[in-house]
Design a protein around this ligand. Structure first.
Ligand SMILES: NC(=O)c1ccc[n+]([C@@H]2O[C@H](COP(=O)([O-])OP(=O)(O)OC[C@H]3O[C@@H](n4cnc5c(N)ncnc54)[C@H](O)[C@@H]3O)[C@@H](O)[C@H]2O)c1
Length: 381
């Protein structure tokens, strides 16, 4: 698939060697993934590697011969101290303007690497090899990158398009059930933004009786491709995230606040956030109750929380209405006392609507009162 400036490829991870000249590549990944990535690259094409490496500066030919930068696992890699350590590593590895930064990992690694690629010598080529479902369908698409500052997630960042995204769905089989389910929440979000047909596709997977890790490669590929196409549509309509792309924030007004207070994985919080947005929409007469319940059934099939109360139960924390509202109030997408809220009207029909803070506060009051305990999700983690 060719987007404006990015080529999205599906194939074995080892085909990275056909995309990136090894003498120009610097691989950035977490310790947890490096060994596997290194073994896959080494076993697939030792001869090719040896040939490409013969001109590489001696200082850079460390251990395997390829140049690697290891970063902490998960969200903790998106910090300024880690960013600075990556710049120092690039200096030590003789990175220059021709260097291609190759990020292997989930959205955390690609967010960090995207910012590094954007700023190192005012911009170098970036290639992404996403290894989580969330990274394949969401984080790797659209050119956004980010660094966290304290509790402010994704507060510093830029746009920097990768030249290529290489998706090897074989990575997905080793993901924890929790990380897979978290990615599924975003896949369901994309399906709801898209169409009845897309939702039915996910319902068939849910009803197949197979756990996600057992899904065959072909089904994973279709799931990822369908989802990517939805994200790409919005990115292409509004690359700089000025308005239309905000629809991708469906479920995030409540979801971000839930994530910060519960510490649940992003997709779990978004799942609870989408169901809260749906119930709010039902209350306002925008969405039918039948549609809201159908979406809750789909999310529940993948072990995702289907109410705010269920999310707080999962995290074993009491629900804190006041803190939830304060976090929603502080949301960076708010203007004065108006929030641009993504309001679901039907599958494939979600609209950005203005909601006032008092309306949101009243909804929160009502939602936390009416939320019932969801024992199915209590045991999902
Ligand atoms: N830039 C964007 O447009 C965008 C969009 C959505 C999310 N994000 C960002 O993405 C990040 C979340 O990404 P994520 O969900 O991929 O999480 P993650 O990158 O934090 O990875 C989650 C865990 O999965 C492990 N892992 C990765 N691949 C694996 C594999 N194949 N097998 C086993 N374990 C594996 C990682 O080591 C980590 O422990 C957040 O920082 C979020 O802000 C960015």
């Amino acid at each position: 698939m060719q987007t404006d400036r990015t080529e999205i490829l599906f194939g074995p991870f080892s085909s990275l060697m056909e995309i990136v000249p090894l003498d120009k590549a610097i691989f950035i990944t977490s310790r947890a993934l490096r060994q596997r990535a290194e073994a896959l690259l080494a076993s697939s094409n030792a001869t090719h590697a040896a040939a490409s490496l013969k001109d590489m500066p001696h200082a850079a030919q460390k251990e395997s011969g390829l140049r690697w930068i290891e970063v902490p696992d998960g969200e903790p890699c998106k910090t300024f101290p880690v960013l600075e350590s990556v710049y120092h590593a690039l200096l030590n590895l003789d990175a220059n303007r021709d260097t291609v930064l190759v990020a292997i990992g989930g959205g955390s690694v690609s967010d960090l690497a995207g910012f590094v690629a954007h700023t190192w010598m005012r911009g170098i080529r970036l290639v992404l090899a996403p290894t989580t479902l969330l990274a394949m369908i969401d984080a790797s698409i659209g050119g956004k990158n980010a660094i966290d500052v304290g509790y402010a997630k994704n507060i510093v960042g830029s746009f920097h398009m990768p030249s290529h995204i290489l998706c090897d769905v074989a990575w997905l089989h080793s993901l924890s059930p929790q990380d897979l389910a978290s990615g599924m929440a975003e896949a369901i979000k994309h399906a709801l933004l898209d169409s009845e047909d897309h939702v039915e596709f996910l319902e068939r997977i849910a009803m197949s009786g197979k756990a996600l890790p057992e899904l065959e490669a072909g089904a994973f590929k279709e799931l990822v491709q369908r989802s990517q196409q939805v994200k790409l549509r919005y990115v292409q309509a509004d690359f700089l995230d000025a308005h239309a792309r905000h629809v991708l924030n469906y479920g995030h007004t409540f979801g971000h606040a839930i994530e910060l207070l519960t510490g649940l994985p992003h997709g779990f919080a978004v799942s609870a956030g989408m169901t809260a947005a749906n119930r709010f929409a039902v209350q306002r007469g925008a969405l039918s109750l039948a549609a809201a319940e159908r979406i809750e059934r789909l999310l529940a099939r993948f072990g995702l929380p289907t109410s705010m109360q269920a999310a707080f139960n999962l995290a074993d924390r009491p629900i804190d209405k006041k803190a939830l509202f304060e976090l929603m109030r502080a949301d960076k997408k708010r203007r004065s006392d108006i929030v641009d809220f993504v309001m679901p009207h039907a599958i494939g029909d979600l609209r950005i609507e203005e909601v006032t803070l008092p309306q949101l506060e009243a909804a929160l009051e009502w939602l936390t009162k009416s939320a019932s305990e969801d024992s199915t999700t209590r045991s999902a983690l």
